[in-house]
Design a binder for this molecule. Structure first.
Ligand code: SAH
Ligand code: SF4
Ligand code: F3S
Length: 434
């Protein structure tokens, strides 16, 4: 009786967030209703991540808590999707017999069949090179920003990384499908699109990445275009020029450096040196002087010496990122780095991580303070008039992807406001309507 309800919990990166939207789309097509309340769900899906051990542990303890729930409600069906599902496969059901379905990121489409009535359960983790050909309906939360996949998988095999093993080989989606999807999104009122892929700048289909950006830039109704994430190994001058030249492409790039030491970059199989990376930064700043640059760093890779770490610290100081995601190295079973010599103890990794983060914090603050007095365009998280009980505060993001909190009422009917930055903070900007 009543509509069946599904609850989806997502771990990990934007790709997983978007995959969850695709699963929601499939389920809605089957008559399910999505719920935020796990207690009323007939189907619970965990979309998992295995990038670091922490992400894994979080999920496994969550899953454990569902065991007694399932014992009480045997009709409850549990599915595990995502990168850890791909990695563990059958063994996940052995370890947690209350799991009914396991499906990897390349097999999202099989959710439809798996959840069909009376299906006893199963595992779908086979390689699927045709993933790009499947046009799955995504059910997006209402709002103004949408994710759009442009490619799947990764061929880079950085030695620390599990992703090439969980997401398979790199394949790019046809540009016409991408463009049609974005046209549909703008008709539905979305104003900002973020193109998704593990290395979007190596997108190669019927056209290349720069051509793709040019074509999307022409779509009516679209105001902002973003893309994540980029690999420094294939960042061309043409791309740097396009970022500066195309009006909808936002002045922000996420360009993971991982380390400032050439020998560590080599051991990571990153295929660029520190000076190659610096050339990318120079090109980006040449064509877009105000560009915001964010990055990722891994602290304490196997064999990292105090000197290597110092090189990373110096890189952070000299580049002056706008933001940084840094992590302790976490060994991933099956990757090359996990078998390397010279693994460091946790306290050393932690100490190096904290040093990097502390230096970056003061740089971020300084860069945000430098924006004080500037007038910038903000895309509001929610349109004016709907923002809070008294309508007195609004928040949103600049084109450079900085969070802005706006004091006083924001007028106008659309979702964009010009504001004057009154204060630069560590994690955000304060502003007033300009
Ligand atoms: N494709 C993206 C990265 C995706 S993973 C890229 O190459 O830029 C996101 C980040 O997680 C990576 O940039 C890296 O900094 C971090 N990461 C990946 N594997 C890790 C590991 N084993 N331990 C710690 N951090 C890791
Ligand atoms: Fe992982 Fe490297 Fe591929 Fe990024 S480029 S997903 S870090 S293997
Ligand atoms: Fe993303 Fe985690 Fe997989 S970061 S690609 S969900 S391992």
């Amino acid at each position: 009786m009543g509509t069946k309800k599904a609850y989806i919990k997502t771990f990990g990166c934007q790709m997983n967030v978007h995959d969850s939207e695709k699963m929601a789309g499939i389920l809605e097509g089957q008559g399910y209703e999505l719920t935020d309340d796990r207690r009323v769900a007939d189907l619970v899906i965990y979309n998992t991540c295995s990038i670091r051990q922490k992400a894994e542990q979080k999920f496994l303890s969550d899953l454990g808590r569902l065991k007694p729930v399932k014992a009480q409600r045997p009709g409850l069906r549990i599915a595990v999707a995502g990168c850890l599902a791909q990695q563990m496969g059958e063994s996940l059901i052995k370890r947690a017999p209350h799991v009914d379905f396991v499906l990897g990121p390349q097999n999202i489409h099989s959710l439809a069949e798996m959840t069909r009535e009376n299906k006893p359960g199963g595992v779908a983790t086979s390689e699927n090179p045709d993933a790009t050909l499947l046009e799955l309906p995504a059910s997006r939360k209402e709002g103004m920003r949408a994710w759009v996949s442009i490619m799947y998988g990764c061929n880079n095999f950085c030695t620390y990384c599990i992703v090439p093993y969980t997401r398979g080989r790199e394949t790019s989606r046809n540009s016409l499908n991408i463009i049609n999807e974005i046209k549909g999104l703008t008709k539905d009122g979305f104003k900002e699109v973020t193109l998704l892929g593990q290395n979007v700048n190596s997108y190669e289909s019927d056209i290349g990445f720069v051509e793709l950006l040019r074509k999307i830039n022409e779509i009516d109704g679209l105001r902002r275009l973003r893309f994540v994430t980029n690999h420094p190994g294939n960042l061309s001058e043409r791309l740097a020029e396009a970022i500066g030249g195309l009006d909808k492409v936002c002045e922000h790039i996420h360009l993971p450096i991982q380390s400032g030491s050439d020998s560590i970059l080599r051991a990571m199989n990153r295929k660029y040196s520190f000076s190659d990376y610096m050339k990318c930064i120079e090109l980006l700043r040449k064509y877009t002087p105000d560009i915001a640059i964010t990055s990722d760093i891994i602290a304490g890779f196997p064999g990292e010496t105090a000197e290597d770490h110092e090189s990373t610290v110096n890189a952070v100081k000299s580049i002056e990122f706008d933001g940084l995601y840094a992590f302790r190295y976490s060994p991933r079973p099956g990757t090359k780095a996990s078998d390397m010599d010279g693994h460091l103890d946790d306290p050393i990794k932690q100490e190096r991580l904290l040093e990097i983060l502390e230096i970056q914090d003061s740089i971020t603050l300084r860069r945000n303070q430098a924006l004080e007095g500037r007038v910038m365009e903000v895309m509001l998280d929610i349109p004016p008039g709907t923002n809070g009980p008294d309508g007195s505060v609004a928040s949103g993001r600049t084109r450079t992807n900085k969070i802005v909190n706006i004091a006083n009422h924001v007028n106008g009917s659309d979702c964009f406001a010009m504001v004057r930055i009154t204060r630069g903070n560590k994690h955000s900007l304060s502003a007033e309507p300009a």
